[in-house]
Design a protein around this ligand. Structure first.
Ligand code: ATP
Ligand code: MG
Length: 286
């Protein structure tokens, strides 16, 4: 079908919730009851396939899905021919090498001639090759952290977030080899009609992302410090200044990044700003 696009998202797991909320924040409505494998939006030409994340790069490369949302770790590991349209900023994690806690770690040469268990043989293999380390890679699909304690391997390479799983299994992280976040990927060759729909979706995603990183700030300021305050919160074009009912005071409205807000808060207060409100922005189009 040419007038509808298909997106593959994780059915359930660490990617699914954020993937689906991003799509909902784009104003796209759909129903995803438990156990559903397919769904169609009621107000945007898009169809959803709910899959295991391992299968997403392959489905997109084959053209079964036009788009997919998947972690860069799976994407690089699967090594399929797809395009990365956009990094999405969620499901951030790292792939690391870990060894038993009691072992001394002299550096990467530790792994020379050793056995490493992982679910990421390609990423690990490329990393070892680039660092000229000869090691045996033992591919297993889950519970990688127990491999050393059961004598299956001397080290592991796995996803780490807080490190508590490693600790529970008597391991310590020694090298970070890859950083990952969720990405929007697409089939490399799409028809013009499909591309036009993808562009609409990207436009909405960008508006949502920009909105998330910005805040709408309102504050009251004495008129004689307006110049200083406007310089601290310059906004998109320039701030809005409205007179308060009380003489000599104004209300200043502006848009700025949250980081920028925190950086300038002391100076704003020192300049006389008070009654400061910071409000979330749902969407932002520049
Ligand atoms: P599936 O059943 O779909 O194959 P899975 O068990 O392989 O799921 P999840 O644990 O749901 O995968 O993780 C999905 C993706 O989320 C990972 O490939 C990675 O990109 C990212 N991820 C993994 N662990 C974390 C974490 N602790 N914090 C944030 N993101 C993570
Ligand atoms: Mg998986």
């Amino acid at each position: 079908m040419e007038n509808i696009i298909r997106i593959a998202v994780q059915k359930s797991g660490r990617l699914s919730e954020d993937s689906l909320s991003l799509i909902k924040e784009c104003g796209i409505k759909f129903y995803n009851g438990t156990g559903k494998l397919k769904s169609t939006s009621t107000n945007f030409p898009i169809e959803f396939l709910f899959l295991r994340d391992d299968d997403i790069p392959g489905y997109v490369a084959d053209g079964v899905a036009d788009l997919g949302i998947v972690g860069e770790n799976e994407l690089v590991e699967k090594n399929k021919e797809v395009l990365v349209l956009k990094k999405l900023g969620f499901s951030k994690c790292r792939l690391s090498l870990a060894i038993p806690k009691g072992e001394e770690y002299p550096g990467l040469e530790y792994f020379e001639g050793k056995n490493i268990a992982t679910s990421y043989p390609k990423i690990l293999g490329d990393y070892l090759k680039a660092n000229k380390i000869q090691a045996e890679i033992h591919e297993i699909s889950g519970s990688v952290e127990i491999a050393p304690s059961i004598g299956l391997a001397e080290g592991i390479c796995d996803i780490v977030s807080s490190g508590s799983t490693l600790m529970m299994n008597g391991l310590k992280e020694v090298e970070e080899i890859f950083r990952s976040e969720a990405a929007l990927i697409s089939h490399p060759n799409m028809s013009v009609a499909k591309k036009a729909i993808v562009d609409k979706l990207l436009f909405r995603m960008n508006a949502v992302q920009k909105g998330k990183s910005s805040k709408y700030v309102l504050l009251n300021a004495p008129n004689d410090s307006l110049e200083k305050i406007v310089s601290l919160i310059p906004g998109m074009r320039s701030p809005t200044i409205l007179p308060l009912a009380q003489n000599g005071w104004s209300s200043v409205h502006s848009v700025l990044s949250e980081d920028q807000f925190w950086e300038n808060i002391e100076e704003l207060r020192a300049a006389g700003a008070e009654g400061i409100l910071v409000v979330p922005i749902e969407k932002m189009i520049l």
